[in-house]
Design a protein around this ligand. Structure first.
Ligand SMILES: O=c1ccn([C@@H]2O[C@H](COP(=O)(O)OP(=O)(O)O[C@H]3OC[C@@H](O)[C@H](O)[C@H]3O)[C@@H](O)[C@H]2O)c(=O)[nH]1
Length: 434
């Protein structure tokens, strides 16, 4: 979530504004290289306090499994004093926030406007975070009959169900109490959901566009991977990654590896090791490394995903459809295969498969389990040159990509966003954003 926020901060700084960016200490170190305007953007560290049950050093959801998030939520709430001190010191005109539902209260106390900036999809907000629905059941007037949960999504819902009430309360409080709502999306992809959110919360919904940075050519793809990928023909390699928060069970991890093997195609899998495994070797299926030598890699460290997707040899992206990866897949020329894990990823997946028809989804059983055969069938259905569905999604994807990357569309969104903000706040002295 921090990354799109920092890209937005860069855009604001580019247009002459100053930004104080509050974030946990470790994330500060990771984000520093992305700060393009260190004179205008101050990265201000916040200490995440210790809370019983929260592992030492954990500061963000990606540091811990979903079962421990409840402790992180408590810890974040206990940073309110630090946030108030920072607000008092920097006296901003506007506070952008996404998770700390108490920020609008803090803002009002200091005579500052607040904006909830959402970096999850408008589809997910419209389906799950508008009053009147229930978990998995859309609220009245929800604008789609296609983008819904189905029986085999129960697994994605169950991991999240214990949190739903808490998330729902926080999000709806934030959306209700903030002065402005904004979403990291564009009209062309999620227009009807943005309109719906605006009508339900009776607020204008401002859009920033996807907030993806330009590919940074000064930091090219690591030689090792560039070299490895270059062995294969154009568009032939399948790249698979499931974002920053998913740790698979061992059996599903093995099934994924075997499914990639079964495709018969070259592949590059970037995943965290499965639950309980200390090394990748102990987690891989027996004989797997020998069998796929020279055509397949399973890697458990962070890779430069946008650069991998841009490599000419990569032709297919198997993804969990987290909102960041969703945009990266749309901006790429790869065929898209989706295996969603969390509730919002399921709706993002339906947006790409059922509404936009630019991707295919791996079939799961009702338990949520997917087999190696189903994974391999999905991949081959888009990689096979003679496949009808493959050419259909390729055609739709390339049309959509053309629209989304068309000159002016992305910059147009940010320009309009900043201009609207400036107008909204004109009555005040709009020179610092927090
Ligand atoms: O090895 C890697 C893995 C991931 N990445 C990057 O990490 C980012 C992951 O972001 P995503 O939004 O796709 O995935 P996350 O798992 O972090 O998503 C989280 O926040 C967004 C929500 O939609 C998801 O439900 C939630 O899991 C992408 O920009 C991707 O390029 C790497 O650069 N290297």
């Amino acid at each position: 979530h921090f990354t799109p926020y920092l890209h937005l901060a860069n855009k604001l700084a580019e247009k002459g504004h100053r930004v104080t960016f509050l974030l946990p200490t470790k994330a500060k170190k990771q984000l520093e290289p992305l700060n393009l305007f260190p004179d205008s953007i101050v990265l201000h560290p916040i200490t995440i306090p210790h809370v019983d049950g929260l592992p030492a050093g954990a500061e963000t959801p990606s540091d811990i499994p979903i079962t421990l998030w409840k402790f992180l939520i408590v810890a974040i709430d206990r940073t309110r004093d630090q946030v108030e001190v920072a607000v008092r010191a920097s006296r901003p005109d506007l506070i952008l926030f996404d998770y700390a539902y108490w920020v609008p209260e803090v803002a009002k106390e200091h005579g500052v406007k607040s904006m909830m900036y959402n970096v999850i999809s408008a589809t997910c907000i419209a389906h799950d975070l508008v009053p009147g629905g229930g978990f998995g059941v859309p609220p009245p007037g929800y604008p789609s009959y296609k983008l819904l949960f189905r029986a085999h999504d129960a697994h994605a819902m169950s991991s999240f169900s214990v949190y739903y009430k808490r998330f729902y309360d926080r999000f709806t409080t934030s959306l209700t109490n903030c002065d402005f709502i904004s979403v990291r999306t564009c009209e062309e992809i999620e227009g009807m959901f943005c309109d719906y959110i605006g009508s339900q919360y009776k607020k204008n919904v401002l859009l920033t566009g996807p907030m993806l940075p330009e590919l940074d050519r000064s930091q090219p793809l690591e030689d090792k991977w560039n070299h490895w990928l270059s062995w294969f023909g154009p568009g032939s390699v399948v790249y698979c990654a499931l974002g920053s928060q998913i740790t698979l069970e061992n059996d599903q991890f093995q099934e994924l590896c075997l499914g990639m093997e079964l495709t018969g195609l070259p592949f590059f899998v970037a995943l965290t090791p499965p639950r309980g495994a200390k090394t990748i070797q102990e987690a891989l299926p027996e004989g797997f490394e020998e069998r796929v030598k020279g055509r397949g890699v399973v890697w458990v460290e962070w890779v430069q995903q946008p650069l991998i997707l841009a490599h000419p040899s990569v032709g297919c992206f198997v993804s969990h459809c987290g909102f960041g990866s969703m945009w990266e897949s749309l901006m790429s020329d790869c065929q898209i295969v989706l295996i969603p894990y969390l509730a919002d990823q399921v709706l993002n997946t339906r947006l790409l498969t059922d509404e936009l028809e630019v991707a295919v989804e791996v079939q799961r059983e009702e338990t949520g389990w997917f087999s190696k055969e189903n994974l391999s069938v999905a991949v081959n259905s888009v990689m096979d040159k003679d496949s009808e569905i493959g050419s259909q999604v390729r055609k739709n994807h390339s049309k959509l990509k053309e629209l989304v990357v068309s000159p002016g569309l992305l910059t147009g969104y940010t320009d309009k966003f900043v201009e609207t903000l400036e107008n909204l706040l004109k009555v005040q002295n709009f020179n610092e954003l927090l």
